[in-house]
Design a protein around this ligand. Structure first.
Ligand code: UFG
Length: 337
């Protein structure tokens, strides 16, 4: 059974490709390598003993997307990771974000429909909830007005899926990720941000490695116990496994609705300072950091209600915060070598 992972050489895509292959699936990756490289294929082969099929394709181009489906006639399901994902950049370049993220999605579903491919898993985000009214946040909580074009593309894709799954044979699951961090225990794959990282963990590990001078902790006066923002950090391997469960649910027709949404988090919130503490404790490395003003657009706190995913998917995150921060560091060290 073959699964297409779009953006499969990226951070979450590569870990998911590993877990899919470990679960016995054949995978074809389609990626334009805009934020990753082909070496990831060697790494996946090293970990799993199997090299995934690969097509270099810009899926926002209708011709290139069609080519993927023309070449691999045995695709049964699609997991869509291919998207631009930098919140700040999306505010600067909204048209580019809409063209890319929505273009990829539309080309994929069109080719799925034309080729009788029925199962679709979408990489969505807890960003659709905005600032929560109550915590932990449930899947039934309202989707709030997007604060960035990036978040808006996630919302639009979810909405388009509800109409598309209502009138085609396509069945879909949207996984709303919380904050993925960590890396594979082999330290062969991990997060490889272009340029200065926006996200916390890559900034932490690059600072510890001496690539950045100091971590700036954005804001110390939030209404949280230690004044810094709280997020639900989830190990990328746990997140990858959730995709395998989701795709199996669709293939085995266990889905209850044509489009389902699941929160993929741990259910626990940690502050920025707790992340720093965990990192210093597990790695023994002292991290230079200081407080800086709040970052515009940051929500104060969010963590997932994971009950629905546990009950329906039978999936639960297994890793602890300490294994997450330590694996991020091991990956950074492997990169430096
Ligand atoms: N932070 C710092 N210093 C940094 C980077 C981050 O203090 O150098 C803080 C942020 O202010 C925030 C926390 O660390 O409080 C986490 O920030 P990230 O940028 O790692 O993650 P976000 O929660 O802002 O963003 C993530 C995803 C987005 C997604 C969003 C949904 O990266 O794709 O969650 O809330 F849209």
């Amino acid at each position: 059974m073959r699964i297409l992972t779009t953006g499969g050489t990226g951070f979450i895509g590569s870990h998911t490709t590993v877990e899919l292959q470990n679960a016995g699936f054949d995978v074809v990756i389609a990626d334009n390598l805009s934020n990753s490289n082909e070496q990831v294929l060697d790494r996946i082969e090293k970990i799993t003993g199997k090299r995934p099929a690969f097509i270099k394709a810009d899926l926002s181009c209708p011709k290139e997307c069609k080519q993927v489906f023309d070449t691999y006639k045995d695709i049964e399901g699609v997991i869509n990771f291919a998207a631009y994902k930098a919140v700040g950049e999306s505010v600067e370049k909204p048209i580019m974000y809409y063209q890319n993220n929505l273009g990829i999605f539309l080309n994929l579903v069109e080719n799925m429909k034309n080729n009788g491919v029925k199962y679709f898993v979408q990489s969505s985000s807890c960003t659709v909830y905005g600032e929560p009214d109550s915590l932990p946040i449930k899947e039934t909580s309202p989707v709030k007005k997007a604060t960035s074009p990036y978040g808006h593309t996630k919302q639009i894709v979810e909405e388009m899926l509800s109409f598309i799954t209502a009138s085609t044979d396509i069945k879909a699951i949207a996984l709303r990720y919380f904050n993925p961090i960590g890396a594979h225990e082999s330290a062969l794959i991990g997060e490889l941000p272009n340029g200065v990282p926006n996200n916390l963990l890559p900034f932490v590990t690059q600072t510890a490695a001496g690539i950045r001078k100091e971590l700036k902790v954005f804001g110390n006066d939030y209404p949280t116990p230690d004044g810094t923002c709280i997020r639900d950090y989830i190990h990328v391997v746990d997140l990858a496994k959730a995709h395998v469960v989701a795709v199996k649910r669709l293939l085995e027709n266990k889905n209850k609705e044509n489009l389902e949404f699941f929160n993929i988090g741990t259910g626990k919130g940690f502050s920025v300072l707790e992340i720093i503490n965990s990192f210093e404790k597990t790695t023994g490395v002292k991290l230079p950091w200081s407080f800086a003003p709040r970052r515009e657009g940051d929500i104060i706190q969010i963590w997932a209600d994971t009950k629905y995913a546990e009950e329906e998917l039978g999936w639960k995150a297994q890793e602890t915060l300490d294994t997450m921060t330590l694996s991020s560091w091991k990956w950074q060290q492997a990169l430096d070598k």
